[in-house]
Design a protein around this ligand. Sequence first.
Ligand code: 2BA
Length: 108
Amino acid sequence: MKLIIAIVQDEDVSRLMQNLTKNNFQITKLASTGGFLKSGNTTLIVGVEKEKVDQVLKIIEDTCKIRTVTTSLTSLTLTGDSFVPYPMEITVGGATVFTLDVDRYEKI
Ligand code: 2BA
């Protein structure tokens, strides 16, 4: 048994959940926040048999899009007395996925 933890962008979540449930995978959805952008993203946890991990990863890959996001960072002025915002373009996603071994799995 494996536990897949997938951090995805909010925009992709409904489609991804539909595609996973359609294929009989069970999912738990958690609201999460990225440490860098400090904006909402979604973490899905999916427990699956080892043989099905690749199928889940393929569904995630096919569903989650790579996007460019403009974020505003702040930097100190030359005089060091105030902060000025400056825009920065970063590429996010499709998904960040961790696959973990599960020691025990039971529904009690
Ligand atoms: P955030 O931390 O909000 O990061 C959003 C995007 O900002 C990242 O996209 C990356 O392109 C960029 N970024 C992150 N930290 C950066 C830094 N120190 N300097 C410059 N750019 C930076 P992704 O890599 O696709 O990550 C999307 C989200 O997945 C992240 O949101 C975070 O919530 C999660 N994540 C990514 N890698 C992780 C890891 N190793 N451990 C835990 N969570 C992770």
